[in-house]
Design a protein around this ligand. Structure first.
Ligand code: NAD
Length: 308
């Protein structure tokens, strides 16, 4: 961004009066998305398998949003729980306008070691769970005269990586489900889209790393390094950082709002340019140098601040 350019992501009430259900809304990008939908004025049902995290999130959000938030324990692999959560939002607030499907799991294994159980678990969670939520939501969205369905895919939906066959096939399936349903539901003014992130700063790896860092250096680690971690991966994205939960949340708000009223059937890559990069590892000298320089700074910082 050029010097002097201003940016603002302050909420402006884009979703005032809308009702949303967020499956997987209690952690990571789901939590950021729940927060953003609430901040824009929506009422939000957070469905998640992590009960304590969901309850804490709902309690904290309620302090500023009052009765506009509820938590409902849901395992998306359990169709009846998904249906109950979606219907619950309608019972509380009188309708549904927005469905966000965050949940997606991954089992990384060579194809010949992938079991029937692995296959069933990933398909049930990533595809059947999302399908169940959409099927439960559609009649409610139709009754409102339209709405927005949004699912989190991945760059893996289009690209090979190695040992990610279950993940890749389910994310590709999600893209297909989205395009087919966007076509079918368009006349009902129900829009269906996918956000496909690239490398994400989930902080899972960073949390592991944090255990090896001196307590007095932890604030600096979280401030300066956690969003870049692992440093090498983040630098394969031309914007040279990992995707953050807030990046997903901003796009989710836009797609849920009337500002995206003519946008449907799209798989939007939210990857800092990863998927348009040849081999996703740009060979340009400035990339290589910047990445090496960052990795060297990280190594030096880590040596100076790791626990002994
Ligand atoms: N992590 C990445 O680098 C990355 C990159 C691209 C896309 N994605 C996709 O983004 C989405 C979120 O990924 P994440 O890494 O933030 O996930 P996560 O593991 O943090 O899970 C997100 C939320 O879903 C909940 N959840 C997990 N299984 C559930 C289930 N069966 N029922 C209900 N809730 C469940 C979790 O408790 C959590 O609150 C997924 O669809 C994932 O495939 C992730």
């Amino acid at each position: 961004m050029g010097a002097g350019m201003k940016t603002s992501t302050d909420p402006i009430g884009l979703l005032t009066g809308r009702v949303a259900a967020v499956m997987g809304g209690a952690g990571g990008m789901g939590l950021a998305t729940s927060a953003a939908l609430l901040a824009e004025g929506a009422s939000v049902l957070i469905g998640d398998v992590q009960v304590s995290a969901g309850e804490v999130a709902a309690r904290e959000f309620a302090a500023s949003c009052g009765g506009r938030v509820v938590f409902q324990p849901v395992d998306v692999a359990r169709t009846e729980q998904v249906q109950a959560a979606i219907d619950g939002a309608v019972q509380i607030w009188g309708g549904l306008d927005i469905l966000v499907n965050i949940v997606g799991i991954n089992i990384v294994k060579p194809v010949e070691q992938t079991t029937e159980e692995d296959f069933a678990r990933v398909v049930e969670t990533n595809l059947r769970g999302t399908f169940a939520a959409i099927r439960a939501a559609v009649p409610h969205l139709r009754r409102r005269g339209g709405g927005s369905i949004l699912s989190i895919g991945s760059v893996h939906g289009d690209l090979g990586f190695g040992d990610h066959v279950l993940y890749t096939m389910t994310k590709a399936g999600l893209n297909g489900m989205t395009k087919e349903l966007a076509f079918t539901l368009g006349p009902d003014r129900i829009r269906v889209n996918v956000i496909a992130p690239g490398y994400l700063a989930t902080h899972k790896g960073a949390k592991e790393m944090a255990r090896t860092i001196r307590p007095d250096a932890l604030d600096e680690f979280w401030r300066d390094w956690a969003d870049l971690y692992p440093v090498g991966y983040a630098f394969t994205q031309p914007l040279r950082r990992a995707c953050q939960g807030e990046d997903v949340a901003h796009l989710a708000v836009f797609l849920a709002s009337d500002r995206a009223r003519f946008l449907t059937g799209e798989v939007i890559h939210l990857d800092g340019g990863l998927s348009i990069s040849m081999f996703q590892s740009p060979g340009r000298k400035d990339y290589v140098e910047a990445r090496q320089e960052c990795e060297a700074r990280w190594k030096a910082w880590y040596q100076a601040h790791k626990r002994t």
